[in-house]
Design a protein around this ligand. Sequence first.
Ligand code: NCD
Ligand code: ZN
Length: 346
Amino acid sequence: MTNRLTITRPDDWHLHLRDGAMLAAVLPESARHFARALVMPNLVPPVVTGADARAYRERILAALPEGTGFTPLMTLYLTETTDPGDVAAAAAEELIAAVKLYPAGATTNSDSGVRDFDRVRGVLERMAEIGLPLCVHGEVTDEDVDIFDREAVFIERVLEPLRRATPGLRVVMEHVTTREGIEYVRSAPRDLAATLTTHHLVINRNHILAGGIRPHYYCLPVAKRESHRLALCEAATSGDPRFFLGTDSAPHADARKLAPCGCAGCFTAPDTMAILAHVFEEEGALDRLEGFTSRHGAAFYGLPENSERITLEKGEPVPAGGMLETGEGPVTIFDPGFPLAWRVVE
Ligand code: NCD
Ligand code: ZN
């Protein structure tokens, strides 16, 4: 039995760091274990231009604890007025690593997202030319589509036509939550990949709704039925390089989660590596954890693997979850429903 595991330091390919007091509180939780993270641009107002990304990156670097070697990789929020020249310039100076597409109204702070895809064609074509990946929040927002079907319908109605219209565009389907999403990625050539979150490998929709409503398990895309969770675990542990970790750790103060209309998001950053070690061990795939957390994403983004390593050890299980105090109030840490035997020791 393996009780100790040393792997290349991981990267998080989908992370919400927020701003101000929340940024200061949550950033150390990612910087402790992760070398790099792809930082989501859905602030209010969103990070839209190269200049916005530069300013946000400065605020993140200023909030880093002394001596922490953590690199934020920035993204731009695609709007219908995004200037292809600005995107290309920001990519050329390696200020950004991707552009993020939110269908308007799909999730937290997505009002500035795209309604008419014809209006972003120029940007997408430029991105295909320069090889800059498009990260996609893959859900339709139509009121007549059931929330549990919105990812599958998005693939058919939006993603497939978009990819066909823009040959060569490199796309990451963010936080895939369905068997359909997994199958779509597998059926495509290598210019399509997907991130999987920590929490979607652990919870299904019963965790949110059965036996009482549990707002801390509510996120978008919403967790689906168990058969989908099993498909996600199979993909994550398969060793297929098209699947890699994007935690989608999305902190909200408890007051905003525990409300009549609560925010979507699970705050998974603090214990993600411990939870993933548990999941991969259960699947008999501990030897594939490193690919998922530390190699496949870097390869897709064309970045070198991290040279540092981290070590996880298995010991006495300790309770998971808990609370992080922030300047904006307490934030509940994701509880996977099992105690944590694995921990990052160095
Ligand atoms: C994210 C957030 O809170 O910013 N919430 C979530 O449930 N994942 C937005 C997002 O990535 O959809
Ligand atoms: Zn997200």
